[in-house]
Design a protein around this ligand. Structure first.
Ligand code: 3IX
Length: 245
């Protein structure tokens, strides 16, 4: 089942697919052990690229419970799960692709580690009316910085991508012009954090956003960030594209 979602400002349609199987009813975690669930088992759509933003065997109980909570909220219609592929072009509707953009052997940075559970395990949910994207993030063991904790660059990456996805849904194609992060508490590898981003204001092509990275129980503020994204100027980017043909 796919619902077409109109981004409020740029009138872009973004397909968000809510997998019928993934709408599993909320589990009573104590009563039911967590069966390993692979994306293929949950939601494989023939001909579609693999959607990585679905539970897999590496997801902890915290991650699965949080996922179930947000998935339940998608039923009320305010929240939509954002599918996630390993090539950035798979996210862009054909109508928004630039003429020269053809799929090559590239990978979205966050999806560049194929093995489950050792890289960026994450799923994003969009609340279009609040201009907000929340990302459930479980950093894997290959993202280590200080022993046992996620590298600051991996935190910056998940923040940049969450805030960036929020900016995209409000302003279409954007690029990060400025990202400022305060790190308050290190994120343990394997833990689950909520990356909660929102648009604060839009001034012409400038989109100002903010973001907090918190523990699931809300008790720890790991980081907070502000960012400026610039909506790409079609003429400029085409000019740039022409120059690099
Ligand atoms: C499409 C819908 C699909 C739905 C997708 C759904 C989910 C997404 C899923 C997958 C995708 C995954 C991740 C996507 C999310 C995030 C993507 C990551 C984003 C990045 O990782 S991206 C890489 C890092 N990023 C760069 O590599 C940018 C390098 N940079 C430039 O490319 C230019 O710099 C640019 C384009 C930024 C601006 O260039 P430009 O020529 O277009 O605009 P210009 O310079 O005229 O600036 C206009 C006004 O912004 C002000 N301004 C500019 N920069 C400023 C700054 N730093 N501080 C304060 N003010 C600033 C000026 O002062 C002026 O202000 P004013 O108008 O008031 O004078």
């Amino acid at each position: 089942m796919c619902t077409r979602l109109r981004a409020p400002i740029t009138n872009t349609c973004v397909h968000t697919c809510v997998c019928p199987h993934a709408n599993a009813p909320l589990r009573d975690a104590a009563a039911h052990p967590v069966p390993p669930r692979s994306p293929q088992a949950l939601c494989s759509q023939p001909g579609r690229p693999k959607d990585y933003a679905l539970p897999n065997a590496s997801w902890s109980r915290d991650m699965l419970d949080l996922y179930d909570r947000f998935l339940a909220m998608t039923k009320e219609g305010l929240w939509k799960r954002i599918p996630s592929y390993n090539n950035v072009l798979d996210h862009i509707p054909e109508s928004m692709k630039l003429a020269h953009e053809k799929k090559k052997d590239t990978r979205l940075f966050l999806r560049s580690i194929e093995a489950e559970g050792v890289g960026f395990e994450y799923v994003m949910f969009l609340n279009s009316s609040e201009k907000r994207v929340v990302c459930l993030f479980q950093p894997g063991s290959y993202l280590e910085g200080h022993p046992g904790f996620a590298h600051g660059g991996s935190i910056a990456t998940i923040i940049d991508s969450t805030i960036g996805s929020c900016a995209i849904f409000v302003a279409g194609r954007v690029m990060t012009a400025n990202l400022s992060i305060n790190y308050m508490s290190p994120v343990p590898l394997g833990s689950v954090v909520l990356v909660d981003s929102k648009v604060d204001k839009v001034e012409g092509r400038k989109v100002f956003l903010s973001c907090k990275v918190q523990s699931v129980d809300g008790g720890t503020l790991h980081a907070e960030a502000t960012a400026l994204f610039i909506q790409l100027d079609a003429t400029k980017s085409q000019k740039q594209q022409a120059s690099c043909q």
